[in-house]
Design a protein. Sequence first.
Length: 563
Amino acid sequence: MDGTNSTTSGDFIRDIVRQDLAKNKNNGRVQTRFPPEPNGYLHIGHARAIWIDFGIAAEFGGKCNLRFDDTNPVKEEQEYIDAIIRDIRWLGFDWEDRLYYASSYFEQMYQFALQLIEAGKAYVDDLTAEQIREYRGTLTQPGKPSPYRDRPVAENLDLFKRMRAGEFPDGLRVLRAKIDMASPNINLRDPVMYRILHASHPHTGDAWCIYPMYDWAHGLEDSIEGVTHSLCTLEFEDHRPLYDWFLDALGVYHPQQIEFARLNFTYTVMSKRFFRRMIEEGIVRGYDDPRLPTLSGVRRRGYPPEALLNVCKIMGVAKTNSTADFAMLEHCVREELNKHSPRVMGVMRPLRLIIDNYPEDQVEEFDAQNNPEDPTSGTRKVPFSRVLYIEQDDFREVPPPKYFRLAPGREIRIKYAYLITCTGVTKDQQTGEVTEVHCTYDPATRGGDAPDHRKVKSTIHWVSAAHSLQAEVRLYDNLFTKENPNDVAEGADFLSNINRNSLEVLTSCRIEPFLAGAAPGSRYQFERIGYFCVDPDTTAKKLVFNRTVSLRDDWAKIQKQQE
């Protein structure tokens, strides 16, 4: 897969890049970066940012760095770093040897901070965090200066160096930029640059006890790496003046920050904090739970990375935040899986079917096509015997109107094999439940075709009872009952919209022996049911499948209705 081959269509970011190249800005270079904070797992919304950052760089012959913005050791872990690297590679992108960490620039950032202090553009403040918020003012009222704002440069330098040396406890002092407490943009009202935090860092250990704030670190990282186009989501648009102010005040190389819209989906939440809460409360089993919209979760569920990239292409690059219909994502998943997934037969809720006139010891093999969409996929052998399993839903003792599947006295086709006619049933004497269906078969219809071309209205799938394998199948539904999970009554939160039936586990499924030894991560279409992926919980003794997506394409129906 070539994950960098995004699109050549126009959008406002590509237009900017083209104009810059035409003017030979940055000496014709294009350098982007993807800068995740390693404090959680990436979700499907991040796929758009990854696609934009890496895709635009590749399209214009440039390069994209992977940089971890590891400025908060309290929330960051190596587990998240490893997961992010794994997710980006899964999407098909590569940063070559350009893997960077904000923490690698801590000394340079410190020296830059000293430079601002010496220029009278930064000061050490003793106000508490609560007081700083109070002094900052509101959207309609200007802020007021801290009583420590006019400390002498020499005192600020001494205090800041002592902050670094670890002389003060957490929260006692901060370093702030001296900009404009009356600015209509609250971000410019003397923002905090450093805070005291005695915490061990995953990369720098205990070398530091002061850590830079994101707004201070972000632009410096871009500048140090020579980034030309710093592509961010829209929430950073109000922070751009601060990004520019820091770089201009230092007189260093100045990249251009450009903002684009986030991508959200219905029936999901895109929040690391929400993910963590659902895990802690036992609603989901971990960050790779297939019900979560994390990249780890959808990969485990069986989503191909091409499907996510196709959604990004369809939605494009926008300046306005949008919410895509989750059905569109599922449509893209089906389109990809339809092309490449082998077809197999699996019975989710087995019902025994006995062909009374079929020889008891006889076993036949039928050729089944692996994928009709792929002429090179070939065929496989499917064993057939006297006792089969069919789906419970494929039989009705008293069929409702317009029900064309198996019923007493009715002839149907069992795929690849024969035409059969139901002759009776066996029931549980206590419950009255049908436990077995009895049929006869027509030997002249081998392969499923009648020599007299008589018509049957239904074809069902099956597996041989003697040859099939038992499997566990996990059926997933939307994690939330509302399109917007945050649409809640007063006093409630998003968890009030949790779908308590989002997972159904079937433990007695039967699948054809072709799937013996199927590797975790491999994907299949269970004919007439949906697309499934082998779960990592699979062992030599136990096959486990996740339903990736059903066969019903709601998005295609919506599009057809609109047309």
